[in-house]
Design a protein around this ligand. Structure first.
Ligand code: HSE
Length: 423
């Protein structure tokens, strides 16, 4: 038996332990000697757990046991998780992680440490939950010139947007439910403010380019400002509101990356991706579009991805599983001001005339859709507190130009539109 250890018996860690037990026969198809969890590190006590005899509180018990070949780091964070991962790799123990925060911040360093010690640092579970996304990019599509990736990459926010849109549920209630279901981060700000998606699209960009895209350089906007009117405008435009991570390669080989809510046209293959599901649309110049959809968060789906890495590590003893992301200096990304797109804009109704002056041929949303403005309020009635607004879609323009023009209004609310050619 190949001996493994789990660091952190939380949502994902407990799923990893359960999966390795329950699917032992399936695992033996790829790793005939089988895989056994020898230790689980956690500072808490779990007297009722079937794994209570394997619980340890001192990481050195694991690191100093020469039988341990693979560690699953499911602790999260960049503190102890970094130290323990580094120490394990320096001993030639492969590390499989779901910790996108750590991968986005220290991925190249930890992969270099792994390579120097003939083991692997693997992170399939860090992006897209149970979707075999990184393996698809690294192997199945390794021959492709990937020019675009558009992804719904955060299960929590997709769940929240779905419930707000379909059931009219309020943000806080749905967020609490996402936490109960084990989807949200310990600090859900990372989900709802878009940081989690920004880390994931930075990891994807690094894999498809081979160079490091720093997540701190990814312009990032979350879903906390999305309101009922946005869903109504989206419906009028036959679109869905989705938090996307977007990465586009231009003709000069530069990458334009952004995380923000977008209006995704109904005909897009990403539009039907609802609830906790993630969806990723990958465009390669030869293969054209490839779409992957699956559960983006939750215990079992994420554990499945972690264990796929455990199997990969077990099949490469004493070697490093190759990864196209080579690290090096971070690459400059296309500045957000240069990125071009259309915008859905809401301004005070009294400033409707200014919209045409500033943007030229705008497309008024309610008028063209035939939806009367009161339909944007609750139960078809306009809300007394709701300011009378004028909603319109701009022509294509750069983010920089848009920001300048938007400054002319007394108040402005906007959502980006996903280019229909991209879907
Ligand atoms: N909080 C993350 C999400 C977990 O909701 O997608 C999976 O990375």
């Amino acid at each position: 038996m190949i001996k493994a250890a789990i660091l952190g018996y939380g949502t994902v860690g407990s799923g990893v332990a359960a999966l390795i037990d329950q699917n032992s026969a399936e695992i033996r198809r790829s790793v005939p000697e089988g895989i056994e969890v020898k230790y689980i590190l956690d500072l808490r006590d779990f007297p009722d757990s079937p794994y209570r005899d394997r619980m340890v509180k001192d990481v050195n018990v694991i690191l100093e046991d020469p039988e341990i070949k693979i560690i699953c780091e499911t602790m999260g964070g960049k503190g102890a998780a970094y130290q323990f991962s580094k120490a394990a790799l320096e001993k030639g123990i492969s590390v499989c992680t779901s910790n996108k925060e750590l991968v986005a911040a220290f991925g190249p360093e930890l992969m270099a440490t792994a390579a120097a010690h003939h083991c692997s640092y693997l992170f399939e579970a860090s992006v897209g939950g149970g979707i075999p996304l990184l393996r698809t990019l690294n192997t199945g599509l390794s021959q492709e010139n990937i020019t675009r990736v558009a992804g719904i990459l955060n299960g929590t926010t997709n769940y929240i947007l779905t419930k707000m849109n379909r059931d009219g549920a309020d943000f806080d209630t749905v967020l609490r439910r996402a936490q109960e279901l084990g989807y949200a981060e310990r600090n859900p700000e990372a989900d709802v403010e878009g940081h989690d998606t920004a880390r994931k699209i930075a990891i994807i960009t690094s894999l498809i380019s081979g160079r490091t895209a720093r997540y701190e350089d990814v312009p990032c906007e979350g879903i906390t400002k999305i309101d009922r009117m946005d869903f109504a405008c989206a419906a009028a435009l036959h679109a869905e509101v989705k938090l996307l991570g977007l990465c586009e390669k231009d003709g000069d080989g530069r990458y334009a990356v952004i995380t923000a809510p977008f209006l995704v046209p109904e005909e897009s293959l990403l539009a039907p991706v609802q609830d906790v599901f993630n969806g990723v649309l990958i465009h390669g110049t030869m293969v054209d579009d490839v779409v992957l959809i699956g559960r983006g968060a939750g215990r079992d789906a994420t554990a499945s991805a972690v264990v796929s890495d455990v199997i990969d590590a077990a099949r490469h003893p004493g070697e490093t599983v190759p990864c196209p992301w080579k690290g090096g200096d971070p690459m400059p990304l296309v500045p957000v001001a240069e990125q071009k797109r259309r915008f859905l804009v809401r301004v005070p109704a009294a400033e409707a005339g200014l919209a045409a002056q500033l943007f030229g041929a705008v497309r008024p949303v309610a008028a063209e859709s035939g939806a009367a403005r009161p339909a944007f309020g609750e139960n078809g009635k306009s809300q007394p507190e709701q300011k009378e607004e004028y909603a319109f879609v701009t022509p294509v323009l750069s983010e920089g130009e848009f920001a300048k023009k938007a400054g002319e209004f007394s108040s402005v609310h906007r959502i980006r539109l996903l280019d229909p050619d991209m879907v």
